[in-house]
Design a protein around this ligand. Structure first.
Ligand code: SAH
Length: 468
């Protein structure tokens, strides 16, 4: 974030506008709609501005700019073609630490005028930090289309009951759930439609019944976070991340995905941090149980799919044993995400009639896998957690008959902007991997289908850093 968005109250506060033309008129209108008292500096005025002055909605000194014009101002907006004047006003304002915007001149401005969607009292401001105003306008058009024109009614309606609801429902969690029901249901519809009497009646009824209800029991949603690209979340995962009271996550969950979640949900990290002890699975299970017992809607967010090499099964068992309701929401597992990102077909009529997912993790000091099965021809083998055991895996596959020239791809941080690909053969991959110093989650894929992707090469290599 290069600029920090805030909403400034300008009700009845003085704002200086420099410039008398069309662009100045647009800014003056906006400032007036926010309740500002506009003082105008311009040698000559025309069109709409002249009318505003005639109507006494704007004060105009009818002379050039003087540094003293800045005193007592809350904000300064410059919309003039006179470059020298714009620079002079900007410098003088910045010397006084007065926020100043020079239209279309980010270099002379200390704040940005965003594109605005006005559904007063709801205001949405969009900024591209001056990089692409046209894009801001497009985004604005999309939001304008998505939001009902009467949205402001809903906010004003809610305000009437804010204090009463706060008094009736003590915990912020109960209040949030209550308002969720109001906005998402019939009451919201009635308020939007302008039937305030019916909306009021139903809201009071809902508030009464909520007060007398037993608090809803908590539950745990075991949610797949996918491989990293937030656009690969399911719609259901998205909804749950917006409504969760608590989000329990570990290292595999990409920061981009976490950023989608409701900002004031409690976030609990249960992975290993440098120098700290890693929470055991039993500790995590106990934590999930106690959070749900306290009435929380808990999202247990797990990288990829929660039931693929994620110990999701153990969490389900512990929760069911404790009598806690569980829901599983699938996610795109790393194999599917990485394959898609690199456009590697996992199966292929001629080259791979099967695809196998295995874990390369050590168990009792060895990689205990069915090597003869994995070394069969015409299949794709996807190995999760293979970073440390790659040399063993490659050696065993060759010992059991796979050609040393069988193509191998390692994909690190697949589907994120940090994705890297390392390609080689069973004979060379270890050496390439060492050189690449892979640190993020890395998936290993073995099979002729990788050769196909490589043969198409420029595509395979284009959008991520590939080291061969
Ligand atoms: N439940 C997860 C897998 C957990 S095991 C899933 O369905 O994807 C952890 C392993 O998953 C990592 O060691 C790595 O091999 C793989 N992995 C997870 N996310 C990945 C990503 N974005 N890119 C590459 N590999 C990934």
């Amino acid at each position: 974030m290069q600029s920090f968005p805030i909403f400034l109250s300008l009700q009845d506060r003085p704002v200086l506008v420099v410039g008398g033309g069309e662009r100045a008129a647009r800014k003056v209108e906006l400032l007036l709609s926010a309740g500002a008292r506009v003082a105008l500096i311009a040698d000559t005025v025309e069109g709409e501005i002249a009318q505003l002055i005639a109507d006494a909605r704007v004060s105009w000194a009818g002379r050039g700019f003087d540094d003293d014009d800045l005193s007592g101002m809350a904000l300064v907006v410059v919309a003039t073609d006179d470059e020298a004047l714009a620079a002079r006003v900007s410098n003088a304002a910045q010397r006084r630490s007065l926020p100043v915007n020079v239209v279309d001149r980010p270099g002379l401005s200390s704040f940005i005028m965003p594109a605005i969607v006005d559904r007063a009292p709801i205001t949405i401001a969009i900024s591209t930090d001056g990089t692409a105003p046209a894009l801001a306008q497009r985004i604005r058009a999309e939001i304008e289309r998505a939001l009902p024109a009467a949205l402001g009614r809903l906010a004003r309606f809610a305000e009437i009951f804010r204090v009463q609801v706060r008094r009736t429902l003590e915990s912020s969690r109960d209040r949030r759930r209550f308002w969720d029901r109001v906005f998402a249901g019939r009451i919201g519809e009635l308020a939007l439609a302008g039937d305030e009497i019916a909306a009021r009646r139903e809201l009071i009824r809902l508030l009464d019944s909520t007060r007398n209800e037993n608090p809803p029991a908590g539950m745990v949603h075991l949610v797949g976070a996918g491989p990293g690209d937030p656009d690969l979340l399911t719609i259901k995962a998205h909804h749950l991340l917006q409504r969760a009271d608590v989000i329990v996550y570990d290292r595999l969950v990409a920061p981009e995905v976490l950023a989608v979640a409701r900002r004031d949900a409690e976030r609990i990290f249960v992975g290993k941090r440098r120098g700290e002890h890693r929470q055991t699975q039993a500790e995590i299970n106990r934590r999930l149980v106690s959070l749900a017992r306290a009435g929380n809607s808990v999202v247990r967010l797990k990288g990829g799919d929660p039931l693929v090499f994620g110990r999701g099964g153990e969490e389900i068992e512990a929760l069911v044993r404790a009598g806690i309701a569980v829901e599983v929401v699938p996610g795109i597992t790393a194999a599917l995400g990485c394959a898609a990102s690199a456009a590697i077909p996992l199966t292929h009529r001629d080259h791979a009639r099967a695809c196998i997912f295995v874990t390369g993790q050590l168990k009792d000091g060895t990689v205990a896998l069915d090597w003869p099965m994995l070394a069969r021809p015409r299949q794709t083998v996807v190995i999760y957690m293979a970073a440390n055991t790659l040399p063993i895996v490659a050696a065993r596959l060759m010992e059991h008959g796979l050609s040393s020239s069988t193509p191998v791809a390692l994909i690190e941080n697949g589907t994120t902007s940090r994705e890297r690909r390392v390609v080689g053969t069973l004979a060379t991959i270890e050496q390439h991997a060492r050189r690449a110093e892979l640190e993020g989650p890395t998936l290993c894929m073995v099979g002729d289908v990788i050769g196909l992707a490589l043969a198409r090469d420029h595509e395979f290599r284009s959008d991520a850093r590939t080291i061969a």
